[in-house]
Design a protein. Sequence first.
Length: 309
Amino acid sequence: MLGICKDEGREIGRTTPQAKLEGGLYIVATAIGNAGDITLRAIETLNRVDVVACEDTRVTGRFLKRHGIDAAFVAYHEHNAARARPKLLSRLGRGEAVALVSDAGTPLISDPGYRLVGACIEAGIGVTFVPGPSAALAALVLSGLPTDRFYFGGFLPTRQAARVRALKPLAALAASLIFFESPRRLPAALGDLADILGDRPAAVARELTKKFEEVRRASLSQLCAHYRDEGPPKGEVVIVVAPPAKTGAATVTAIEGAELDQRLGAALAEASLRDAVAAVTEATGLPRGKVYQRALALTGKAGAGGGGA
């Protein structure tokens, strides 16, 4: 039987399926650009669930049709999640198999879904992950920047003041930083990144895995100047920023006074004294004791003991 519905949240399209999967929530990664970047397991899973919960039924409908996947699907996105989640949980509670997909890539990564996963875990409903592409990891791999430690910051705030506040605690983080950004805000975001983090090596990746994929690698200030002169690019954008440079003995003394206080202040705003000292020590190469004593002074704990930072 084939059903068609124009209303949000109602099922669209279903014919006789393959053998059903065991009931539970299946988090299924789909392609981020090139439609061929989907796993055999993902195709099989989407063919065998009772329903697919997706952000945009039009986007997912085209993608499923491209791969010959005949599935019923319902809308589940940030604007209807509060209404749609109880309905999905009811279906899951009846033993149905529900797949959760995003418009592209891995669900839950800057996409809705984690509350549904949490509700399933709380209710004792099984959750299975079917892994696949992620724009954040694809950009990191292509950036040429260190991959041993990285921090994913999602989308930066749209307003400059909020963006600056969000970036300050990351200045001392000894890891590559990954952000999603709107093409329209890209020049402004790159400028703020350079101002707050310093003029580090970086990469801007856009249209990943698509025909016009591009990865531009330069310093943050150079990238900012390029996109200000050329205008915002087209397509989806990921920014990757290198970790702070490790400081050798010859330049350690330069990180003193105001700069050390700034790094410590940003770190202390987001972490405990112990963790802030550890982060700034690793980022600057300064002796831990020196950083610790300065942190104590900044927090007003100097002379109060507290040797357990």
